[in-house]
Design a protein around this ligand. Structure first.
Ligand code: ZN
Length: 493
């Protein structure tokens, strides 16, 4: 198997270089000197060009053709599957189209930021029209006669189809809208936490909490950045957070979210280091880890009771003295326009809206010039609120401007997976609430590491979730049951 060994050695180097490129991005968002922007742009572009050249290197095609897949073990076959898929996809898109997409989306991101600042959708619409047209060309090239949207989705969630997701999401939407309505009309409305919270102390507390969830600081680190994110795989997985003197929950729960992503990468089997399957298998499965850490575990009644005690020690007496009211403050459902600031109940409604609108644009059924109107009327129907300006509506997310179509649904799929995984976790670790109440979520996250995270990309996304759930195929039902039970209790409905 000479060809296999050669391919593996080449791939390992590509993976190593990709990790270096990722670390340049981390550096740029955290510690890069302010004046280094132009040079860094050139450095990053050079790295991207080199990676693209390696990924489309004709030798990869020759090696793939020379390998007899039947003679490989399951790990070797998983490996080959990843390389083959990426190689075929990269080669299906003509180089000229790929280049134009890179150019147009880079400029479109700047136009989007300006249009959002000026609250002017009309200024951005012609640019977005260009992006959509190019994405439709790309999708057609990738789909090769199949479904165009599915071809885009495949980049983020291999194997998923819009038909399957639509069925799942159509079942979510009415029950979420109903739950939201009942919550908004409830007599009991929890009060928010108010006060002033020392930001240095917040950073210290987030480090402590990250460790309680199992984040290995010997192979990770936490820094401040404008937008929280996690980056890296294997032995170097870093996260960022932000702090606000008046909103300690922002820093605590975005840290727990990123810790979920980071633990997934840290807990992948050591043998998979720097291989194509040595990273999280899909965006949806990744988001299932961040969301189960953040919500099902982090925002649970048991864990917030512990958190209340710990925060009282760190910050002194708080505006909310009892754990019940504190649990309400952590989980408040309030009207709002912005997806990233949304609570657990409304979050998926934000995503479903985008999923339907972007499918319309890719299918050519929704013209970009009609997007703002379509967004606003759908928002009114699902949220009962009138969008007051584009920056609170269709201009709030960067995704479409940079050509990310097929990405949004993975956020909700992650929540659906998290619901399924929590059901399985509760069945197999019945004492989970006792651990959480003691501030020991690592007992729960250990189950996730053993049953899902360690596999990396060895299995297909849906398969790895199904295996962790004891053979039960994923569905939206556990997430809906969890949300209805939680919020019916919390809001005394
Ligand atoms: Zn995330």
């Amino acid at each position: 198997m000479n060809a296999y060994d050669d391919l593996m050695a080449f791939e390992r180097q590509t993976q190593a270089l990709a990790q270096v490129a990722g670390r340049l991005g981390w550096d740029q968002e955290t510690v890069m000197p302010r004046g280094a922007g132009a040079q860094r742009a050139e450095e990053s572009e050079a790295m991207e060009q080199m990676l693209h050249a390696r990924r489309t290197d004709p030798r990869v095609g020759d090696w793939l053709a020379a390998i007899d897949a039947g003679r490989l073990d399951p790990v070797g076959q998983a490996n080959l599957r990843h390389i083959q898929r990426r190689f075929e996809r990269t080669n299906r898109v003509p180089a000229r189209l790929a280049g134009e997409l890179a150019r147009v989306t880079s400029a479109a991101q700047r136009s989007w930021a300006e249009a959002r600042e000026a609250d002017d959708f009309a200024a951005f619409a012609p640019v977005l029209e260009k992006v959509v047209a190019l994405k439709r060309d790309e999708a057609a090239a990738l789909a090769d006669g199949g479904d165009a949207y599915d071809a885009l989705l495949d980049d983020f969630e291999p194997g998923a189809t819009q038909a399957e997701l639509q069925q799942m999401f159509d079942a979510l939407r009415p029950r979420l809208v109903d739950l939201r309505d009942r919550i908004m009309g409830a007599a009991y409305q929890p009060a928010p936490l108010t006060g002033d919270f020392d930001e240095q102390a917040q950073m210290k507390l987030t480090r402590e909490i990250a460790k309680t969830f199992g984040y290995d600081m010997a192979r990770g680190r936490i820094d401040k950045a404008v937008h929280p994110f996690s980056s890296g795989s294997g032995q170097d997985v870093r996260i960022t957070t932000r702090t606000s003197a008046t909103d300690p929950f922002g820093s605590i729960f975005s840290t727990i979210h990123e810790v979920g992503h980071a633990c997934y990468e840290q807990n992948i089997d050591d043998d998979y280091l720097l291989t194509p399957w040595g990273a999280g298998v899909s965006m949806g499965v990744h988001e299932s880890q961040s969301r189960i850490y953040e919500n099902q575990l982090g925002r649970s009644q048991a864990f917030t009771a512990w958190l209340h005690g710990r925060m009282s020690e760190v910050f002194g007496p708080m505006s909310i003295a009892d754990t019940e009211a504190f649990y309400g403050a952590v989980n408040r459902v309030t009207p709002g326009f912005i997806r990233t600031e949304s609570d657990e109940v409304q979050y998926n409604l934000h995503v479903l809206l985008r999923f339907d609108l972007e499918r319309g644009m890719i299918a050519g059924k929704l013209a970009v010039s009609d997007l703002e109107e379509a967004w606003n009327s759908r928002f009114q129907a699902d949220f009962g609120v009138t969008v007051d300006r584009p920056s609170n509506g269709c201009l709030q997310d960067v995704h479409w401007s940079v050509g990310l179509f097929g990405y949004f649904p993975t956020y909700s799929l992650g929540n659906v997976y998290a619901g399924c995984l929590m059901k399985a976790l509760r069945a197999q670790v019945p004492e989970v609430d006792t651990h959480l109440a003691r501030g020991e979520p690592a007992q729960a996250t250990k189950w996730l590491a053993e049953n899902l995270q360690r596999h990396g990309g060895l299995f297909e996304p849906k398969e790895v979730v199904t295996r962790a759930c004891g053979g039960e195929a994923p569905s939206e039902a556990p997430l809906l049951d969890y949300l209805e039970t939680k919020f019916t209790g919390l809001y005394k409905l």
